[in-house]
Design a protein around this ligand. Sequence first.
Ligand code: CAA
Length: 385
Amino acid sequence: MIGISKITGYFPQRYVKMKDLAVARCEDPQKYLIGLGQEKMAVVGGNEDGVSLGLNAVKRLIKDLDDREKSQIKMVIWATESSTDESKAASLNLIDTLQLPNNGRYFEIKEACYGGTAALTLAFAQVALHPETKIIVVTSDIARYGLKTKGEVTQGAGSIAMMVEDSSNIVLSPFGQSAYYAKNIADFYRPQGQNAAIVQGQLSNQSYLNFFYQVFQDFFKKQDLVPEEIKLINFHLPYTKIGLKGLEKVKDQVSLSTYEEWVKLFNQGKALNAEIGNIYTGSLYLNLISNMLQGNFSSGDLLGMYSYGSGAQGEFYVLKVQQLWKMPEIEDLFINRKAISVEEYENLYRETTSNLNQTFNSEGIRHGDFYLKFIKNGERFYEQA
Ligand code: CAA
């Protein structure tokens, strides 16, 4: 069976409490906590970038593979909108750092937060053509809007990695046909050379919700399935309140009891997204992991997946839970997380660089985790702390 055999993630150790950020920005904390539904936001230092986060996620993903299994990895698709290079794919860094095979295809893929879903869909199709291969899908991003902007509260950072293959160990498999919808709009974009996104916040909200309504309806028109058969919906969550708005949007499409059950499960399952913030390409898959850790679904359940990438592309698809879950083993990342002040966060924010030559130390990085050690003539070098 084709599907995802393992999913795991990695998140920076430093975070800011939303309450503290609200006070520093002269906002009512309830706006951030209730109005947007966020508790904390993961923060990176200059010694972390989209590549280092992804290296750490993949290290966790492949930790139990033997040499023969590693040699079956024939493709690594890296989905990101935090690219550190306009040309070279981030996934190539895995060859040296984690000894992945040279005999493979490594590339990067982009369409804002939708990139992870595009990569996963491609991986399913590729494994169907070459059932003997394993494919790694990496989503890795640092959400950046700028200090003291309206988008600042919806930042975050992290990486989710997934193994796709044709095997008897599949835990999630694609079910039925996806529904998708695209439109050329400027709700959110990041021109070359800019390190923070330009966003029309309310347009992005409307577009996210309208696309959801469209693809949700289209999905159920396409197949012999009714919404009531879906256990819960995982959302791309730039902030968690938007998932509730999504459910409200399709309330008239489902029975009241299903709507109420989805809202209950959503509220239980949003925890990790509220703790970490937006991780762009990985956000939907973080919500999936979060629901998994809450025990919100079990074998045989069908899970709705709503993916949205600004620009804009939306997709609704369904995954079927095939076996009792192998947990993503990420709990250790939350044991010694460090709360930092708004001032420390602002200093770290300014550390992110596009300098062509710079050296970093391993401050704020856990022992054994990858970080950006130095940049030489624009080339980035990573090491384990
Ligand atoms: N107590 C409780 N709630 C309060 C409050 C208070 N004191 N004050 C305000 N609120 C509520 C508001 O009523 C509002 O809730 P509703 O929408 O349910 O009415 C909520 O808090 C947010 O208030 P505003 O809309 O006034 O917030 P804002 O204008 O400052 O910006 C934002 C919010 C547009 C999300 C902004 O943070 C932003 O631009 N973020 C980046 C863009 C983004 O995340 N867009 C989401 C869709 S795009 C996407 O999904 C792709 C992606 O990842 C970027």
